[in-house]
Design a protein around this ligand. Structure first.
Ligand code: COA
Length: 189
């Protein structure tokens, strides 16, 4: 009884603190179901469809981690469709393009999705800020295994499964299972 109360109260406080620490300029449209603290950052727009859940319990990082959603520039957009379940510690950083997550997508714990390398590869230009950003598009019903990383410019086709701890560096079609670093097709259905 007391434990339930402390758990709820502790997590609610954490959620409030992260909301307070978030950047007020970030445009957040829609109302996700927030079970884990969420930090919003940046000058762009984050849009949620219906029934988007952020965080899950019981699952690792529930009490000591957070969701991080950053739309760094004004033109940056993160768009969530409907009925999306994100387990704990999702990080999405969209610098200058878009990250789109389709309906019914499932996301495991500790997944990172980025639209940029954040630095040029050429050492002389590495901090010039002129690096490329490319949209990420995760189509409906995709299942992303825990600890996976989705890199800039990637499209993942409908129903595709991303195996645990994959690093996805290029686009893949629908109805396949992909995995590894760099991710490759393991099987199809
Ligand atoms: C991808 C996955 C669904 C495959 O499960 P499965 O259909 O039972 O497949 P198997 O375990 O029989 O493996 C099939 C092949 O995929 C390979 N494989 C499985 N998981 C892999 C991974 N994470 N990375 C790379 N290869 C993987 C296997 O080595 C095997 O290769 P082989 O045919 O050359 O021997 C499963 O391994 C996985 O990663 N699930 C995601 C779990 C998760 O993170 N859930 C989120 C919690 S909310």
């Amino acid at each position: 009884m007391i434990k339930t109360f402390v758990r709820k109260y502790y997590q609610r406080c954490r959620i409030k603190i992260f909301s307070y620490l978030s950047q007020p300029e970030t445009q957040v449209i829609g109302s996700p179901i927030v079970l884990q603290p969420v930090e919003y950052r940046g000058l762009g727009t984050i849009r949620f469809g219906d029934k988007v859940q952020l965080g899950y319990s019981p699952s690792p990082f529930f009490y000591d981690g957070n969701v991080y959603l950053e739309v760094r520039s004004k033109e940056a957009r993160i768009v969530f469709g409907n009925k999306i379940y994100c387990n704990n510690n999702l990080k999405v950083i969209c610098e200058r393009s878009s990250v789109t997550i389709g309906d019914n997508v499932l996301i495991g714990t500790n997944v990172e999705i980025i639209d940029s390398d954040f630095h040029e590869l050429d050492p002389l230009k590495r901090n010039s800020g002129n690096h490329i950003c490319m949209p990420v598009d995760i189509k409906q019903n995709v299942f992303i295994g825990s600890n996976s990383r989705i890199m800039k410019g990637v499209t993942i086709g409908e129903n595709t499964v991303v195996a645990n701890s994959s690093v996805v560096t290029k686009s893949f079609p629908e109805n396949v299972v992909i995995g590894g670093n760099p991710a490759k097709i393991i099987s199809q259905f």
